[in-house]
Ligand binder design. Structure first.
Ligand SMILES: Nc1ncnc2c1ncn2[C@@H]1O[C@H](COP(=O)(O)OP(=O)(O)O)[C@@H](O)[C@H]1O
Ligand SMILES: [Mg+2]
Length: 370
């Protein structure tokens, strides 16, 4: 049974908010009143309901829809001209049996463009086919989604820019070290050798050991600077390509950490663009750093493969692995490593995947188009 405070059912211009349904109780003694109930439901439903012929002619619409769109006679009336083609295609798919929802813009009676999301159902009434449409105004949601999408695009562009800036800075610093400090150290070592040759007599015994010590300190400085330079921008990458660099880096990593490194694959020919090579190398560096920091691994296998469209790099360790939940927890606190690796791969139009297998190690897979 339905009791209303104001029996306004069916009156023109009724506002939904003015009518209150006090209670709905199943009452077997009273005759049910489905027509009135159906009428009420459609009258006060906030969803926008309409019944249309298969060519889009409107035969019935809910008050909510009339309030929004006015007395339109056709579902496609007042649709945004930019969306008309896609709406017609969607409608055709609906008639072919699809149940997909569709988002489209309509001009309201107030002259405003609003986004509707429409769900449909095909039905037969009095032996004729109809399309029942139920729509919702999703304008605010759509605008929020668009804003979010635009912001995340901006963030990704910024991240890609940061990666480029970082690479350029590294290259510049490496060049400076080579051109300035490297040359000074070479000159210093030539001077020390000359002095050593020219010292004679009593002074020789006293000073030569000091000079020798200074020479070996100079050599050590040269070798340290070479390491720093190689870390900043491995020259082998520019000269010999990615696989050679991975081998060189793997050897260094193995001797520094005691973790065995195996590099498999063959040099890619023709050579990929240098931004691809450097991105894959940086991802390997970050993955290796994670292995030495977190994995407790004894060996790492790197496999570089390619086909005519893409390059694939996989880095697999036999360490402790981890749970995704663990990672998510840590991501909240820090976790720039995985994020940067993902960003590097995606900025090349590729994909990054990490497969943590608890107690069986971790595999990092990067695939990028060439
Ligand atoms: N090879 C690995 N083995 C075990 N755990 C790993 C490995 N790589 C990443 N992780 C886990 O993923 C987390 C996030 O890694 P990352 O984003 O590089 O941040 P960070 O290294 O600064 O912790 C790590 O803290 C670690 O728990
Ligand atoms: Mg890390």
């Amino acid at each position: 049974m339905i009791k209303k405070k104001n029996n306004l059912c069916g009156e023109e211009g009724v506002e939904v908010g003015r009518v209150t349904i006090d209670e709905i109780t199943p009452d077997v003694t009273e005759p049910s009143c489905p027509d009135e109930l159906y009428h009420l439901l459609t009258e006060y439903a906030t969803d926008l309901i309409s019944l249309n012929t298969i060519d889009g002619r409107r035969v019935w619409s809910s008050r909510s829809l009339e309030r929004l769109r006015g007395p339109v006679t056709n579902i496609f009336e007042n649709a945004h001209p930019h969306e008309l083609k896609t709406i017609l295609r969607w409608w055709k798919r609906i008639l072919d049996g699809s149940t997909e929802r569709h988002r489209w813009r309509v001009r309201t009676v107030a002259g405003e463009w609003r986004w509707l999301e429409t769900a449909t159902g095909l039905l037969t009434y009095q032996h004729r086919p109809y399309v029942l449409c139920t729509a919702r105004d999703v304008t605010e949601q759509k605008l929020a989604e668009d804003l979010l999408r635009a912001k995340s695009k901006q963030i990704r562009e910024m991240a890609a820019h940061l990666v480029e800036v970082e690479e350029a800075e590294r290259r510049k610093l490496s060049q400076e070290l080579h051109d300035r400090i490297g040359q000074i150290l070479t000159a210093l070592s030539i001077n020390l050798n000359t002095i050593r040759r020219q010292i004679t007599g009593d002074l020789r015994e006293k000073i030569v050991p000091r000079i020798n010590d200074s020479l070996s300190l100079t050599e050590e400085a040269v070798s340290r600077i070479k390491d720093v330079m190689a870390d900043l921008r491995p020259p082998v990458l520019d000269d010999y390509g990615l696989l050679a660099t991975l081998r060189w880096y793997g050897k260094q990593f193995a001797s520094r950490t005691g973790i065995a490194v195996k590099i498999q694959g063959k040099e890619i020919s023709p050579r990929p663009a240098s931004n691809i090579e450097i991105a894959l190398f940086r991802i390997t560096q970050e993955a290796f750093t994670n292995i030495s920091k977190h994995a407790k691994a004894t060996k790492v296998t790197v496999i570089l493969t390619n086909d005519k469209d893409s390059l694939c790099l996989s880095i697999c360790d036999d360490g402790v692995g981890f749970h995704h939940s663990e990672k998510a927890e840590k991501d909240k606190r820090r976790g720039w490593g995985l994020l940067t690796m993902t960003e590097r791969a995606e900025s090349l139009g590729g994909e990054f995947r990490i497969e943590p297998r608890p107690k069986q190690g971790t595999r990092v897979v990067v695939k990028v188009p060439r």
